[in-house]
Design a protein around this ligand. Structure first.
Ligand code: 3AM
Length: 207
């Protein structure tokens, strides 16, 4: 079986900055520098055939690249105990749009829907049951923190291998997002075939 998730890989300099936030904290399991990512959708365990279908369907997603910024921290809690500390992603409509496209693609191949609302974050550390006030102190010590804007030019289908000393995430497929060719004003001018006379090398658009 293959344990899969779809995520954004982060540039080296951003992962290095996140790594610099590590602090001594009893019971914290800090994410290894090479593992920092932004999960778009957790898939779970699937067989090889389902993995092929998923990889193929994701390949149909066409979205433009965009910039992201990290700013500050947040935590996930259950019953007054903190389970995860994360870096906050500044709100991005482009990111939400890409995430919805990926959800739709995975729906099409029968991956069970995530019931929790998408909350973009980069997990920094996990805890078994850290008290909220101690984690808030940690956040104060590490603040202020921001990184970016940095460009996102692809999304990745990761395979996760769970080991005793922490997970290893292996990129199975990397899907490029559209570059900015279509926002190049020169390219835009010549984009509409109807307005371009292929017989004449010097032709210009009619408008
Ligand atoms: O990106 P983060 O670190 O928030 O917590 C897991 C990690 O999220 C999450 O998938 C990401 C890659 O492992 N994850 C693990 N098991 C999960 C589950 N059963 C899960 N997300 C939802 N449901």
């Amino acid at each position: 079986m293959n344990r899969l998730f779809v995520a954004l890989a982060l540039p080296d300099h951003v992962r290095a900055a996140l790594s610099g936030l590590r602090r001594g904290f009893p019971g914290a399991r800090w994410v290894a520098e090479e593992n920092f990512h932004l999960t778009l959708r957790f898939i779970g365990e699937v067989d090889n055939r389902a993995m092929d279908d998923i990889a193929e369907e994701l390949d149909r997603v066409r979205e433009p690249g965009f910039d992201l910024e990290l700013d500050g921290f947040g935590s996930f809690e259950t019953k007054g105990k903190v389970r995860a500390l994360w870096a906050r992603i500044l709100a991005s409509e482009d990111l939400n749009h890409l995430q919805r496209k990926i959800d739709t693609a995975l729906d099409a191949v029968g991956v069970a829907r995530e019931t929790r609302r998408f909350k973009p974050h980069v997990t920094l550390a996990r805890f078994r049951d850290a008290p909220l006030d101690r984690v808030n102190e940690l956040i104060c010590e590490a603040s202020p923190f921001s990184a970016g804007p940095f460009p996102i030019g692809s999304f990745t289908l990761f395979r996760s291998f769970l080991h005793r000393d922490g997970p290893v995430y292996r990129p199975e497929m990397v899907y490029p997002l559209d570059g900015d060719a279509f926002s190049d004003p020169y390219f835009d001018e010549f984009r509409d075939d109807d307005e371009y006379d292929f017989q004449d090398e010097n032709a210009v658009p009619s408008h």
